[in-house]
Design a protein around this ligand. Sequence first.
Ligand SMILES: *Cc1c(COP(=O)(O)O)cnc(C)c1O
Length: 236
Amino acid sequence: MKNNIVSRIEQIQRRILNACQKAQRDPHTVKLLMATKTVDPDRIKIALSTGQTLIAENRIQELKEKYTALADTPHISHFIGHLQTNKINDLIRYEVSCLHSLDRLELIQKLQSRLEVQNRTMQALLQVNTSQEASKFGCHPDEVPALIQAVLSCPRIELKGFMTIGANSTDESTVRACFQLLKHLQTQSQEQFQIALPELSMGMSHDLEWAIEEGATIIRVGSAIFGERIYTPTTS
Ligand SMILES: *Cc1c(COP(=O)(O)O)cnc(C)c1O
């Protein structure tokens, strides 16, 4: 089990290097975020023992369940799932440093006010539904300027950039178009608001090379490290 996870991480690092070489990018500009949904704390600790530090859950329930078990293992937690506003306090309580799924005005306003009460700050990325698949969360690309405008009046939220999930397609140009759109929104927003929004969270196990070639600075990888996920029924 151990060698498996360790060698799969090495494999991902090679894939990152190759993609960076092809795109003529410095590999240090691409961070690996390990998506740990359905992965138990012992296996997460093996992954963290390789020197990787970034992990992410997509459900608050799992964040909560693993929090104590991982407390003594240095790591940084991001959150990559859809977030209901009544779970904002859990993000703060379980020390999430960056929320990748900021996608609507109500969430922006409530996050700001909860952070204010707790006297904390949080990094965030604006999630954009670049494929416009109905099953996906994220704001419409046209909503980006208004949402950035809103975040700019929220001093507790440190907006770092954008996140997207590529189209659920095996067609390279269809998937790449999603990443290109996110890059375009970044360029446009930085210009319009005269601010730095350096992070682009895009690319997963099956499309990370395309994402890196299109400018990803954070890739979110789960199954290529931990194997195919086995979902167990839950009540939440
Ligand atoms: C699970 C998940 C990933 C990782 O997906 P893999 O295909 O397993 O690499 C990336 N992003 C989000 C938002 C996820 O929920």
